[in-house]
Design a protein around this ligand. Structure first.
Ligand code: C2E
Ligand code: MG
Ligand code: MG
Length: 727
């Protein structure tokens, strides 16, 4: 980046001078060569290198001006870069930057800028493709050539050994690859210049050391077994990658082939080593591997590398453990959406830096899994204690606000911690557990860490399973409805019933609504499911009416149906309800829709409009679970509600006898307020006769609960209704 800025300044200066096209082309080549030269492995000087680039610059310039863009030219230039020893990927990046910034500027003449820029970018694509292709080809042919040379040299040297000294020397010295000969005890007899240059030592030092002394910490395990086999005459040759330490402390990597040379009678006599310097190729490979295993934005290890490490930690031996912190930033999306992606990126970089400072001990690592998700891993025998510290350190480094564009942003995160012994679980399972735990931390309000818990995991996994099965369950008709009677407290007659949905799950059996309604709400399936419940229930209401006519008060038996908050905001609510009632031929006043108090807290007029429309048509609206939210009683006046359903908790407090006088006063107060506002009061969860009596005395209108009946199939209601109406 720094480079671009400097060059741009240069460009302004250059433009000010009245240069001809040829001068401009030259300038472009100069800039290009300056940018790329430091990352080439060419033996040329910078000005020589510039001369090499000049024809390439010309080709690009001509391709830019041609009537139709010739991408072959771009490809050829990319390939030529490889030929000019620009094999480092950075050389390509810098070349493309350079072309992008200066080609149009210097070589575009006075053509249409828009058009030129698009041509330039097509040429850049072609260059990148040509470069990649050539690099691959080159590596292949290089390998081929070396194998050939090695074979040849081996044959020639073997012959030469038997031939004259002079010929032998010529071949030996002329070879481009390193050649050395030693006896079977490992005494070095002869080495050629190429080999000495590779090692950076003198002939004398080389001969002063035995072959066996050239060990290196990175030697593959089989290195010296192969050697032993060869010098014992049990093997003709071997081939491997081997590192050597140069006297200056640097490492020389080689492709090493060692062959056994036998005398004219076939008895083992010498060993012949042929070696090719692969240090640079290895560096390139390391670099490519680095790029494949690190996140480009933050420089942290990426998901690939993290999985490798985790796998290793999980397969470590007896007594080894692992601890994992899975971090997801709270509210990152909001920052990204409101301040833009550039700000989001900077925040991530800052967070990455801070995280990295938390995990510096051996066996610890931090990685970015993607987006705003990071992980920190600790390994060793002591992770039970360490992982908590690690999580605390992470929370701690996030505390200080991050300054971006003059704003102070507060960063918070939720962490899921998984800790355990190696050898029990695989990486995918561990990560899933961490993910589930992180979500638990998030849904508990975020800015905290939670420890994984197998039971919570299992629940979450079933939850996940249920969520994905929900849509098909509706299609397959796995839902059914139970009805729980609503009883008039004054005369004990059945006035209606509440529809309560259940899921007959093929594996888990009957599931209550608490298990799946929240999931259906989360996925939006609640809308079709709710519509289905309404349809069924309304049809049921008509059936009751046809069979049993009206209740003792002369009203039709009524049906109560629960509505979720998402159904309230769904635009089809009013129309769907009207259609369903009409199709079934049921009057609106036979239907009561139950809405929870919490869904209406702070509701504005827009939200209330559909309910109001329904209420105007005669549908009753009940405020369900009343008393569990924090609703302002005065607010009740605003709501299009005609029934209050007192939550079960009020009834529960009346279980003992005599009931708590304060609770009684509260219920009494609510009832009188409700009646004052013209609202009927229903109580939920009546389980004993004493409760029912108490609630009747307090003035409640209707009741619902196990004392009368548990939710059940529609026929049970008929029995109850018949008994009450007749008896
Ligand atoms: P809710 O509307 O408050 O329903 C009353 C709940 O109390 C029902 O639980 C019922 O079985 C239970 N209950 C009734 N009498 C007693 C009693 O005497 N003692 C005790 N301990 N419990 C009693 P259920 O069926 O598990 O339903 C739970 C919640 O699920 C309902 O609370 C309602 O909010 C929701 N729900 C049920 N069906 C639907 C539906 O079709 N759509 C929507 N959106 N929600 C539904
Ligand atoms: Mg209800
Ligand atoms: Mg309720």
């Amino acid at each position: 980046m720094g480079f671009l800025r400097v060059r741009r300044r240069g460009a302004f200066r250059v433009i000010a001078e009245p240069d001809g096209p040829e001068d401009r082309l030259r300038r472009f080549a100069t800039i290009w060569s300056r940018a790329v030269f430091p990352v080439t492995s060419t033996s040329a000087t910078r000005p020589e290198f510039e001369e090499q680039l000049l024809p390439l610059a010309r080709r690009l310039s001509e391709a830019l001006a041609a009537r139709a863009v010739d991408t072959d030219e771009g490809r050829a230039v990319g390939a030529a870069l490889v030929d000019a020893h620009c094999t480092d990927p950075e050389a390509l990046t810098r070349s493309l930057d350079c072309v992008d910034a200066y080609l149009v500027l210097y070589c575009g003449g006075d053509g249409d800028r828009e058009d030129l820029r698009s041509r330039s970018s097509r040429l850049q694509h072609a260059m990148a493709a040509g470069f990649a292709h050539a690099l691959r080809e080159r590596t292949l042919t290089e390998q081929e050539a070396i194998a050939q040379a090695a074979l040849q040299a081996q044959g020639v040297v073997a012959q030469a050994l038997h031939a004259t000294e002079a010929r032998f020397r010529a071949v030996f010295e002329g070879a481009a690859i390193g050649i050395g000969i030693a006896d079977l005890d490992g005494n070095v007899l002869q080495v050629n210049g190429a080999l000495l240059r590779m090692f950076g030592i003198t002939d004398q030092t080389m001969r002063g050391r035995k072959v066996q002394e050239w060990t290196h910490p990175e030697d593959a395990p089989q290195t010296w077994t192969l050697y032993d086999e060869l010098v014992r005459g049990e093997r003709e040759h071997y081939h491997l990658e081997k590192a050597f330490s140069r006297p200056d402390g640097t490492v020389l990597w080689t492709n090493l082939t060692v062959s056994l040379l036998r005398d004219a009678d076939g008895a083992p006599q010498y060993q012949l080593a042929l070696m090719e310097d692969t240090t640079e190729r290895r560096l390139l490979n390391l670099r490519l591997r680095y790029e494949a295993t690190h996140d480009a934005l933050t420089g942290l290890p990426n998901r690939t590398l993290f999985f490798e490490r985790l796998e290793k930690a999980l397969s470590a031996g007896e007594g080894q453990r692992f601890g994992l912190c899975y971090l997801d930033l709270d509210g990152f999306k909001t920052i990204n959406d409101s301040l833009g992606h550039a700000a989001g990126d900077r925040l991530l970089v800052e967070v990455a830096d801070r995280l990295q400072s938390c995990a510096t001990a051996p066996g610890e690592m931090v990685a970015r899994l993607g987006g705003d998700e990071f992980v920190a891993l600790t390994t060793g025998p002591d992770t039970e204690r360490e992982v908590d510290d690690l999580a605390a350190r992470i929370m701690n480094v996030l505390l200080a606000p991050v300054r971006i564009d003059g704003r102070e942003l507060t960063v918070r995160g939720s962490i899921g911690i998984v800790e355990g012994p190696a050898g029990e679980r695989g990486p995918a399972e561990v990560l899933r557990s961490a993910d589930i735990t992180m979500y638990r931390a998030k849904s508990a309000g975020g800015n905290r860490f939670e420890l994984a818990d197998p039971e919570a995991d299992a629940r979450a996994i079933t939850r996940h399973g249920l969520t994905t099965q929900l849509p098909a369950a509706l299609d397959r008709g796995e839902f059914f409805i139970e009805y729980q009677p609503l009883v008039h407290l004054g005369d004990g007659s059945v006035r209606g019933a509440e529809a309560l949905v259940r899921w007959l799950h093929p594996q888990h059996g009957v599931l209550g609504p608490d298990r799946f309604i929240p999931l259906a709400e989360h996925t939006g399936l609640i809308v079709p499911l709710g519509r289905w419940v309404l349809e069924q229930s309304v049809r049921q209401a008509r059936e009751w009416r046809e069979r049993y006519g009206q209740d003792v008060a002369g009203d039709p038996l009524r049906i109560n149906v629960n509505l979720s908050p998402c159904q309230l905001t769904h635009p089809g609510l009013v129309q769907d309800t009207v259609d369903i009632l009409e199709r079934a031929g049921v009057e609106p006043d036979a239907l009561c829709l139950e809405v929870t108090e919490s869904a209406l807290i702070g509701a504005d007029d827009d939200l209330l409009k559909p309910l109001r429309r329904l209420a105007e048509m005669g549908v009753d609206i009940a405020l369900d679970d009343f008393g569990t939210g924090y609703s302002n009683l005065a607010n009740l006046r605003r709501l299009p509600v005609s029934v209050l359903k007192l939550d079960r908790s009020f009834t529960q407090s009346m279980q003992q006898f005599p009931a708590d006088p304060v609770d009684l006063k509260i219920v009494e107060g609510i009832v009188s307020l409700a009646h004052g506002l013209n609202l009927a009061v229903t109580v939920e969860g009546v389980e004993t006769g004493a409760q029912a009596e108490q609630l009747r005395i307090l003035g409640c209108d209707t009741a619902q609960g196990w004392y009368y009946a548990r939710p059940g199939p529609p026929d049970r209601l008929h029995q109850l209704a018949l008994v009450d109406a007749t008896g």
